[in-house]
Design a protein around this ligand. Sequence first.
Ligand code: SAM
Length: 200
Amino acid sequence: MDAAGWDERYAGTDLVWSAGPNVFIEEICAGLEPGSALDLAAGEGRNAVWLAERGWDVTAVDFSSVGLDKARRMAQERGVSIRTEVADLTGFDPGVAGHSLVLVVYLHLGARELPAILERAARAVAPGGRLVVVGHDVENLDRGTGGPQVPEVLTTVPGVLEAIEPAGLTVERAEVAERRVTAVDGSQATALDTVVVARA
Ligand SMILES: C[S@@+](CC[C@H](N)C(=O)[O-])C[C@H]1O[C@@H](n2cnc3c(N)ncnc32)[C@H](O)[C@@H]1O
């Protein structure tokens, strides 16, 4: 989907995603010392705003200006502020070693575009800092629920590791992790996510 498509998806007042953070972001980042965080493909800002509430200095990047408007509004409503930047990540330079935390959460672009974005994201991590990548894993198609139903855009642990390998980070966690999902009717299901945490 292009930026106009995402703008349209985010156009309503309701949130497309949740107000609270992704469960893995919460689990991984809750104990980290706040610093400078870069949230790539931040969408409506659920992770960015949660980090800002915990003292992080957050820059949220996305090519949907409508999504980022909602992110800034959510931040304001919750008494914090975040920096936003409208940019297409396929051509975005996040800089080198500038952030103690870099997030790439549910960015599903496929093998032609995602690896280069992940490599740049990894290089943007400052010494001692972390890259966190979360995506709908390809295994989710057969054994999970939700997410894109196109295998080409789903992530894999080996694919993420291969993409970030040139940046030379130390991998702390790399797995297909289960995420509990509650449907609108209250029924429970399981989604399978690629989760990679790597330290510079
Ligand atoms: C599934 S949403 C995830 C949003 C957020 N990370 C979260 O977990 O709530 C994917 C996001 O990627 C953004 N996106 C997709 N392709 C992009 C690109 N080439 N450049 C910048 N943002 C992009 C979309 O606008 C959308 O906000």
